[in-house]
Design a protein around this ligand. Structure first.
Ligand code: HEC
Ligand code: HEC
Length: 657
């Protein structure tokens, strides 16, 4: 969930048509390049054609609702009336969202239903900022105390939305769709509904999440039923079962429309996950094909949202020197990770600050460096599941795990050396020479150099994934046992406490569903000390000053990467500055609404400053849930034997650190 003062300039809006034009040309080019067409003849594609036509009709309805909203705003309608019409428009949007967001992801994010924050237009050559806009900005504003004073702004936002929707309807419809795309869109729609819809992610003001979930589910169900005439005999059973699951999901949603008490865990186990799986079964049985069409990090072959392969780690390391999945590279990377020979003075290894016994953290607020008494600038984060990310470091300054390595190597407080020196050392070990040759022989000019060293370390970090916690096993149905307090805690985490609006399922980090391509950072207003009466903001500027030109934006001040809460039981102390020693302290902080909730002036804070009003038991339940996310299976034991250096007996004294 994101809240920000959205009374920022509306001047930006004037640039919209030009941008829309660019966006549309880009989209058209993309369509042509990717060959988006519907091959005629296949029955599933007949169904897809029916779905596309129903979608177009729904889209025009959505467009009309937005038109009505803009007209009401123009005519100064009463706030309650505007709210009602916004609800209508949003409900109409929910019917088209699963296909609209699937086919027009970026446009949707920028102009229709993106978070109510300034957004950077990646397709714009200047990376220009688009101000908070669209349905979510309206939802937040219309339900704020300032709605009345903000009329002019509301009117401008509604007019802008109308323009955006009119424009996109013109270029986007009619939609041509294949069977694979239709199923894929439905499956990502289930993920969206569960991870974003039910958490209240896109209804920051109205809290109308459950009625909206019903609308989106119904639209998806109706679309699915359009396969009816195209079901092959082999797929009958899967079709009928998926149909039943849609009904079940609907009844579960209808049975409890109360946001705070809705049973999300039950919904996940009984409806969302089984449906996600059954749609795939149907796709395969009906011969629809299994080729994922959309460029995204979700691996559509996964059967369960909490399967280890649900997110494709390969997506985040597409541009690496060599595939990170190569076992020889992983084995080599593991040896390097524990080897202090990499550091200038031979005393530090990666493991010095990322200890596997502590889920690859070090238990300190800030890490010890090679200079006694000097500490790193920030807290050492867990490396387990760190790979599921488009950015690395608290301030998001690095884009790949490979490039991350250079920061450690060159940092004067950390390895304080360079790749030439490291390579020169490694070449003096026959074992290392052989391992590098096995992993990289013939790829580059040399086997041992900066890129292979970085790749091996990245391959090891990339291998540190863990989806075998008690929670994962329970939601995958591998065990029937799950503590009652943790079950309540999950419902709170994904609902009332809003944790799941930033720590997104399934990695519970900032990788944003349903396509998981981008990692988010957020400003919480983390303080310097624990004094809540006279709080002091941590002056660390975070993302705004991470050295990347495109991130040097005022709204990124004090913004930090949303890290995973998997293994949180093992990763104390918490936050970028290691402020909190316990999860109880973390809960207190969130319950107060972060820094702004404690009265600090944090204009960029994206965590809502309102207190959560959690009871003691609720806080304990959320902690109990986080405790069931512990899984270091196979990752705690170092069992590394460091390679020998034949010419340097003194180096062989070095221990694993
Ligand atoms: C002296 C302590 C120290 C050493 C040695 C060290 N790290 Fe780190 N590591 C940190 C700290 C502190 C951070 C967070 C820094 C920041 O965000 O500004 C970090 C961040 C990271 C991250 C980013 C994680 C994320 O979720 O964004 C990765 C990956 C990582 N380290 C891997 C490694 C590897 C691989 C090595 C060895 C080549 C290594 N580290 C050596 C302390 C250390
Ligand atoms: C607005 C987005 C947002 C919300 C809502 C949110 N978090 Fe966070 N969380 C973050 C960010 C960003 C960080 C890192 C912040 C930093 O270090 O400055 C973080 C850090 C954490 C950490 C520390 C992780 C570590 O290894 O240091 C825990 C634990 C945590 N959050 C749990 C929760 C819980 C529980 C909730 C719900 C009560 C919650 N979060 C709600 C964004 C959010």
């Amino acid at each position: 969930m994101v809240k920000l003062n959205i009374r920022t300039d509306t001047k930006k809006n004037k640039q919209l048509p030009m941008k829309q034009l660019t966006a549309s040309l880009f989209a058209l080019a993309l369509f042509a390049a990717l060959g988006f067409y519907a091959p005629a003849g296949a029955p599933a594609d007949d169904a897809a054609g029916r779905i596309a036509r129903a979608y177009a009709a729904d889209f025009y309805r959505f467009q009309a609702e937005v038109g009505r909203l803009a007209a009401l705003a123009r005519h100064q309608a009463e706030i309650p009336l505007l709210r009602e019409q916004l609800a209508n428009a949003r409900l109409a949007f929910k019917r088209v969202e699963y296909l609209f967001d699937y086919t027009k992801t970026h446009y949707n994010y920028l102009h229709v239903n993106g978070p109510p924050l300034p957004k950077i237009d990646k397709e714009d050559v200047n990376g220009d900022i688009v101000g908070p806009n669209g349905l979510q900005a309206l939802d937040e504003l219309l339900y704020s105390d300032e709605a009345e004073e903000q009329r002019a702004h509301i009117q401008a936002l509604a007019a802008e939305l109308q323009k955006s929707v009119d424009f996109i309807a013109g270029v986007h419809l009619p939609l041509s769709l294949t069977g694979v795309q239709a199923i894929e869109a439905l499956r990502s729609g289930i993920v969206r509904l569960f991870t974003l819809g039910l958490t209240g992610f896109d209804t920051p003001g109205s809290g109308n999440a459950l009625p909206e979930a019903v609308a989106s589910l119904q639209a998806m169900e109706q679309a699915f039923l359009l396969f009816e005439g195209s079901v092959s005999p082999e797929a009958r059973k899967e079709y009928q079962e998926a149909k039943k699951l849609f009904r079940k999901a609907y009844y579960l949603l209808r049975a409890n429309q109360d946001f705070d008490s809705f049973g999300r865990l039950e919904f996940l186990k009984q409806a969302a996950n089984p449906l996600y799986e059954k749609l795939l079964d149907f796709q395969l049985a009906n011969g629809i094909g299994a080729g994922p069409f959309k460029y995204q990090a979700q691996d559509m072959r996964a059967r369960n949202m909490f399967d280890e392969n649900f997110l494709n780690t390969g997506f985040y390391s597409e541009l690496s020197y060599a595939p990170l999945s190569n076992p020889a590279a992983v084995a080599l990377g593991k040896a390097l990770f524990y080897d202090p020979i990499l550091s200038g003075d031979g005393k530090l290894s990666c493991a010095s600050c990322h200890d596997p016994a502590r889920a690859f953290t070090d238990g300190l607020p800030k890490s010890k460096t090679h200079i006694p008494g000097k500490f790193t600038r920030r807290n050492s984060p867990t490396l387990i599941d760190a790979t599921y990310s488009s950015r690395y470091f608290w301030d998001m300054r690095e884009v790949t795990l490979e490039r991350q390595v250079a920061h450690v190597v060159n940092d004067t407080l950390e390895f304080n050396t360079d790749f030439y020196e490291i390579a020169a050392r490694l070449r003096q070990s026959e074992t290392y020479v052989r391992m590098f040759e096995e992993a990289y022989g013939g790829i580059g000019r040399e086997d041992i150099y900066s890129r292979s060293i970085s790749n091996a370390l990245a391959a090891y970090v990339n291998s540190l994934t863990s989806f075998n916690s008690a929670f994962d096993r329970y939601v995958r149905g591998e065990t029937g046992e799950y503590p009652a307090d943790a079950a309540r805690g999950f419902d709170l985490f994904m609902g009332k406490a809003a944790c799941g609006t930033c720590h997104f399922a399934p990695a519970f980090n900032g990788a944003t569903p349903p396509f998981y391509m981008e990692t988010e950072s957020e400003a919480l207003g983390v303080t310097l000390g624990l004094d809540t009466l006279h709080p002091q903001l941590d002056p660390d500027p975070g993302r705004a000053e991470n050295g990347l030109r495109k991130d040097a934006r005022p709204h990124y001040l004090y913004s930090f990467k949303t890290v995973t809460v998997r293994n949180a039981a093992l990763t104390a102390p918490y936050m970028h500055n290691g402020l909190f020693n316990t999860l109880e302290e973390v809960m207190e902080f969130y319950d107060r609404g972060g820094g702004a909730g404690m009265g600090l002036d944090v204009p960029t804070q994206t965590l809502p400053p309102d207190p959560l009003r959690l009871t003691e038991r609720e806080k304990a339940d959320i902690i109990a849930f986080m405790h069931t996310l512990t899984d270091t299976s196979g990752l705690t034991v170092r069992n590394v034997v460091l390679p020998e250096f034949e010419g340097h007996p003194e180096w062989n004294e070095r221990g694993v650190r």
